[in-house]
Each structure stands twice: as C-alpha cells, then as structure tokens.
Design a protein around this ligand. Structure first.
Ligand SMILES: Cc1cc2ncn([C@H]3O[C@H](COP(=O)(O)O)[C@@H](O)[C@H]3O)c2cc1C
Ligand SMILES: O=C(O)c1cccnc1
Length: 348
C-alpha cells in the first residue's frame, strides 16, 4: 500500500449536514422539553453529521494505546524514570493498568502497540509489535526522527485502526516525557507560548517545570522554519503521537468519530487537523485535563469536553469514561418516543 498523507487528506468526506439536520429535527420531536438534554443533544447531532447516519450507533468502541519513548526524558522533564514506559506496556499486556480495567468496564476492545519503546520487549506479549525505532532522539539536540520514520508511525496507526472494525476510535498513549514533547509539538503547530502549554505532567516540581520550559525553548530555537506538519513532527516527535494522528486520519476517512483523551491525545488530534483540516470535524473531546495546554488546544480545535474530573493520566482513560455517555446520547436519539408516537402534548 502506498501511503500518502495528501491522499488521506483528500479522501476525508465532508461533515454530513443533512444527516445532522435530521438528527436535530428528531431531537426536537422527542418527549422532553427541547434542549433539556443539554450537551448530549449537540453530541448526538454531531455524531449524525460525522457518521452520515441520522440514527448513528457506536456499538464497537476501540481503544488504541500507543507506547513510545522520548530522548528528551533524559533532561529530567518527568517525575518518573523512562523505564516506566516499557514497564507499563508489560502491565497492559497483563491487564493490570487503569485503561485495561476501564476498557473492560465499558466493553471496549483495547489495542496496545509499541511504536517506539526504547528497549526490546518480549515477543510473546499480547501487543502489536510495530517499533519504528528505539525511542526518539533528544529533540533539544537534533531532530527526533526522520521524516520517513514519522510517516511510518502515522501509517502504523492508520493500519491498526483499519484492521479493527471499530465504530468509535479512542486514542491514548504511554510515553514518559510526552507532556513535554506534546507541549513542544503543539507550540510549533499553533504558535502558542510554551510557558502556557506546559504543566506538571506526572507531577514534576517547580525545578522540573523550569527544565520542561528550557527544553522546549531550546528545541523550538533549532526547529527548521517550516509550517509543514510532517517536518515539525519529525523534528520533535513523538512516535506515539504520530500513530494516534494516524488513527484519527484513518477513522475520519471512514466517517468514524475520534474520541480524544487528555493533553497528549489532543495534540495528536491537532496534528491530524494540521495534516488534513477536514479531520477536525471528526474529533470529539471527552474530558478536560488539568494540564494547562489542554484547555488551550481544545479552544483551538473548538471542542467542548464532556467531563471535567481532574483526571491527568492519559492512556485513553478519560476518553473511556466518556464512551458510555456517547452511547447514552445515541440511544436517546434512536429510542425515545416522539410526542406524536406517545400522544404527549407538545408545547403551544
Ligand atoms: C505509572 C504511570 C502510568 C501512566 N500512564 C500514563 N501516564 C502518563 O504519564 C506520562 C506523561 O507525563 P510526563 O510527561 O510527566 O512523563 C505519559 O506516559 C502519560 O501517558 C503514566 C505515567 C506513569 C508514571
Ligand atoms: O492530560 C493528559 O493526558 C496527561 C497529563 C499528565 C500526564 N499524562 C497525561
């Protein structure tokens, strides 16, 4: 399969305004005061436009978690050591992580892929072994990876989504240091100030926060002058962010909604929309992370999160919690009786 980003971008269908209008009209005829389900009504209408179906369903949610390491982690930008990335992949394979428990709880299929963990993982793990390279290079010193590697990671995400049959794509990640990479990447893609995008991630102290800012400023200073998203991605990384963007692009092409998680996952949504502006309409925000950059990116993407629980884990965990809300919104749209059917008097 030849894989061209321009082909993917061109093949993303437009939001179906007709299906969305039909869903809006039906919402207004259901036996409840108009607008009384608040954000859930808007959500069901948006899903109709995304799927092109006035009565959409999301019965086969898929959670796609990509793991990769970041050379920049050596700069003391995380509260945890880089080995945790590989250790957590083992935890996913054994079913012990937060996302394993939440995936099971909501009946979603969980797919975990190694796209760039910096150590060899045992081949008998029940994960996808799709390592592009052994972690990115430290982007404060040189490019994180080559353009080919960045493209390869996007392609892996797209292939894994294509093979899944999911009708709702949740994107999550594991990569120690990736709140720093996500802040650098989103600063480069948007022009937003790094100081406003950084946060404490896994819980760094003030000195750690200062190291994050210094790393990003160094990294951005050596960034080639370009607005080409693939060039920016290869300069900074990360491999898991690229793979999540690949899922988002492939899902948008199939009219499948993409449910974003926290700051890093939303950075992947931003990247997908930078590669293919039409992909933005397929993105849904699940929750708001306390990571300051998350709110800024959600605003950029014009997305309103469903939940605000103070969750700052990643792995797709906040998004998993929003899946039942989406399913409830769609069940209401499909199954609630209309005023006519129920013989209930509508407003005057
Ligand atoms: C045990 C553990 C499990 C995690 N699951 C997700 N993350 C989250 O924390 C990391 C980002 O934060 P930072 O940039 O500060 O390193 C990512 O791996 C993210 O997915 C975890 C972090 C840890 C320690
Ligand atoms: O917003 C997130 O997803 C997040 C925040 C901190 C650490 N890991 C993930």
């Amino acid at each position: 399969m030849t894989f061209l980003l321009s082909d993917i971008a061109a093949s993303i269908p437009a939001f179906d305004v007709h299906a969305a209008r039909q869903a809006r009209e039906r919402q207004d005829r259901l036996t409840k005061p108009q607008g009384s389900l608040g954000q859930l009504e808007a959500l069901s209408i948006q899903l109709a436009g995304i799927t092109g179906n006035p009565l959409p369903r999301t019965d086969r949610p898929g959670i796609f978690v990509f793991a990769a390491d970041h050379g920049v982690a050596a700069r003391g930008v995380s509260a945890y050591p880089a080995e945790v990335t590989a250790q957590m992949v083992l935890n996913y394979a054994r079913g012990g992580a937060v996302i394993n428990v939440l995936a099971k709880q909501i009946g979603a299929e969980l797919t975990v892929a190694d796209v760039g963990v910096s150590s060899a993982l045992p081949d008998d793990l029940i994960i996808h072994h799709r390592k592009v390279r052994l972690g990115t290079a430290d982007w404060t010193e040189g490019p994180a990876m080559t353009r080919e590697e960045a493209l390869r990671a996007i392609q892996i995400g797209a292939e894994i989504f294509e093979a899944s049959g999911a009708d709702l794509a949740v994107i999550g990640e594991m990569g120690i240091g990736n709140t720093t990479t996500a802040a650098a990447l989103s600063a480069a893609l948007t022009g937003l100030a790094p100081a406003e995008l950084i946060g404490r991630g896994t819980g760094v102290d003030d000195a750690g926060l200062a190291r994050k800012l210094a790393a990003i400023e160094t990294g951005l200073a050596r960034l080639p002058k370009t607005s080409d998203p693939l060039e920016i991605l290869s300069a900074i990384g990360g491999l898991e962010i690229a793979a999540m963007a690949g899922v988002a692009l492939a899902a948008a092409r199939r009219r499948v909604p993409v449910l974003l998680d926290g700051f890093i996952s939303t950075t992947a949504g931003l990247l997908a929309a930078a590669i293919a502006p039409a992909a933005r309409e397929y993105l849904l925000a699940s929750h708001r992370s306390p990571e300051p950059g998350h709110t800024l990116l959600l605003r950029r993407l014009e997305l309103t999160p469903l939940l605000d629980l103070g969750m700052r884990l990643g792995e797709g965990s906040g998004a998993a919690l929003a899946v039942p809300l989406i399913q409830s919104a769609l069940a209401v749209l499909r199954d609630v009786a209309t005023f006519e059917q129920a013989g209930v008097s509508d407003r005057e």
